[in-house]
Design a protein around this ligand. Sequence first.
Ligand code: HH2
Length: 340
Amino acid sequence: MAYATGMIYCHPRARTDLPRSDRALSLAGSAHVWFDTVDGFDASGAPVQATISLQTLAQPRRILPQLPTDRPLVMGILNVTPDSFSDGGTAQSVNAALTRARDMLAAGADILDIGGESTRPGASDVPPGDEIARTAPVIAAIRAAGIRTPISIDTRKALVAEAALAAGADLINDVSALSYDPALGALAAQAGVPICLMHAKGTPQTMQADPRYDNVLTEVYDALARRIDRAAAIGIDPSRVIVDPGIGFGKTMAHNLTLLRGLSLFQALGAPLLLGASRKRFIGTISGVEDPAARMPGSVAVALAAAGQGAQILRVHDVAETVQALALWRALTIEQGDTA
Ligand code: HH2
């Protein structure tokens, strides 16, 4: 179903090839990704004139004052859970988590995403008290160690986010896009921190039970547009919202691939775009690699593809490998200068 009657989708065609055309504009302030064509289409898929201002597509997406806007940022995943699908149980003590944080920062992570509840398919809810006991001490320890790097709290719950912000977190990452805990939106509005709204169809318990869409790209786009409106109605400044199509959350492999191929459409929402595909099941299915921890090469390939579509934040487990790949991608896609 389309977001609104007469909805027109405006899809900037992201490119990184050189030289750029005379009409090239940088996509969302990127030094690497450009466009000179915006394809407009309506809910039936019929081509129409694009209506979006080029300024909206070209403007940089500022997430926090200390973070650059002209290149993809790497968000390192730090799960302090016993059961996350690929790294569960590997950073359960505060000391182990602090060591992992230091390693990811030394490897070049721009943001740390700390989570105390697995949202893998079939996972069950963790009581807020347990989630706080897992995450807040780790955030406090990172700050006590003098580390100032932005920290995101990966939670659906206001109490957990509140404790994390008090311990020194800077942004909220909500995989339910404000649909799980009614109090989370008010907290984000009052704290004035950036919040990532991720698309999911269903809950972790149900989401992989035969998810269906008529058109996954426009339906996820419409849902995110509605979430941005709802966040604004709660009092969240639209410039604080980050969007994420939610790879693997109520999506088949074909859905994930369609979203990745069309990812630059989401730039028309005017918000920074986060992508989390790291080690997910479709990477294992396509590559034939069963062990999630061994899916680094495929994950890096997807991260580079997302970077090429202008994604502003790449949420990854393998920080060093992703940073290295992006360094080369950046050298090869910059219009001027070289790295000599
Ligand atoms: N994926 C996971 C968790 N949080 N947040 C955003 N914004 N986007 C994602 O794609 C995303 C996310 C699931 O991955 P992981 O944290 O590795 O596993 P688990 O949920 O089992 O802890």
